[in-house]
Design a binder for this molecule. Structure first.
Ligand code: CP3
Length: 350
């Protein structure tokens, strides 16, 4: 508790708009950044990406990862950088290898099916030691940013990583991962705990390497019934948030409007919102206890400039403070850059 108070006080006096806002301070305007801003939309990113036939080699090249991280800061004028990496480096470090298939997404050749599969996984600091290339990328980025904007570190939330490890890829139903929670809750908790221990060790290294704030991406939160989200997701999010008092934390649980009251009790400072949640509803459900981040529909950025401006202003007004402007999910790869610029500039001029 004392640590959290100290973290919050340090952030409130920060010179950085983003960190002051994350700490709940009143700010002259909301800070703005975009989930998945590193990669996807910039021509500079595509040029850099073209040098690496394999996404995983790119991720494991710290200088290139640092460059991809800084590109959107230079090009768009966002108020924070997010380290270029992926949530799937964690299962890989635990011993479950993945492939990134061009234009399709990730695939795990082998998946977790039974106790034996869980037993052989590395966890905690032993697994986190495999991720030195991420810490190197953070250090290089931090030095190159020269304190222009804060640097966000991140990890997948345990339930989302669990889902990939069981399914082996994205899924329409996530029925294999959801099935596991019913047929073997004991094994499920064992795997979730191993992921959690690894994530804590990993994120502590990220902070030591220069991450100023940590975001947990629970991309598949909306697949679970509320009782299962409460039993199999929230306790692990709580462990992670509580284990790292040194920096502010953001929890982005996509589709989990039903869990906002639970999320509001986590020892984190910021709750990320997807576009299915109205700012009014989110403010009520979280009782004003958290800073809210989000939540413009990413598809709004395909509209004409006047529409983007109008919708962005309406969003800012609806949140009315204690807010970090962002989209409700990652920016889509074919989003026109001009649309992104209108969004960022509208917030900056507010
Ligand atoms: O926010 C950022 O820009 C930082 C970098 C970042 C990437 N992935 C780079 C990436 C972050 C924060 C992620 C998180 C991530 N990865 C999530 C959680 C956020 C979300 O979108 O819900 C998830 C579910 C993944 C898993 C993943 N990685 C998928 C499904 C894919 C394929 C499709 C895609 O582009 O999202 C990836 C690949 C990936 N991760 C790319 C990038 C830039 C595209 C690879 C390429 O350039 O070919």
């Amino acid at each position: 508790m004392m640590d959290t108070i100290k973290t919050t006080q340090t952030a409130i006096t920060s010179k950085h708009l983003f960190l002051r806002a994350a700490a709940g301070a009143e700010t002259e305007r909301p800070p703005v950044w975009l989930m998945r801003q590193a990669g996807r939309i910039l021509p500079q990113y595509r040029a850099l990406r073209a040098k690496f036939p394999d996404f995983k080699v790119f991720v494991k090249t710290p200088e290139a990862a640092a460059e991809a991280t800084i590109q959107p800061v230079d090009e768009l004028g966002v108020d924070a950088a997010i380290i270029f990496s992926d949530i799937l480096v964690v299962p890989e470090a635990m011993g479950l290898d993945y492939e990134m298939i061009e234009a399709k997404g990730p695939r795990f050749p082998k998946v977790i099916e039974n106790q034996g599969d869980v037993d052989v996984l590395l966890s905690g600091s032993e697994a986190a030691e495999q991720l030195v290339y991420v810490y190197e990328a953070l250090k290089i980025t931090k030095a190159a940013l020269a304190d222009r904007v804060p640097l966000i570190g991140f990890a997948g939330a345990p339930w989302t990583i669990f889902a990939y490890m069981i399914e082996g890829s994205g899924s329409k139903t996530f029925s294999k991962a959801r099935r596991m929670l019913y047929v073997d809750p004991v094994l499920s908790h064992m795997l979730l705990q191993k992921i959690t221990d690894t994530t804590i060790a990993y994120l502590k290294h990220q902070v030591a390497a220069g991450a100023d704030l940590l975001q947990l991406f629970d991309s598949w939160a909306g697949e679970l019934p509320p009782a299962h989200y409460r039993a199999f997701a929230v306790p692990y999010l709580r462990q992670i948030c509580a284990a790292i008092p040194e920096v502010p934390k953001t929890v982005f649980a996509k589709g989990a409007w039903f869990a906002l009251e639970d999320l509001a009790e986590l020892p984190c400072q910021v709750i990320g919102l997807d576009w299915n949640i109205s700012p009014e509803y989110a403010k009520k459900a979280t009782g004003g206890s958290k800073v809210l981040q989000g939540n413009l529909d990413p598809c709004n950025l395909y509209a004409d400039a006047a529409t983007i401006k109008k919708e962005t202003k309406a969003m800012l007004q609806a949140f009315g403070g204690k807010h970090i402007a962002n989209l409700g999910h990652g920016v889509y790869p074919d989003t026109p850059l001009d649309g992104v610029r209108v969004f960022v500039d509208t917030v900056r001029e507010s």
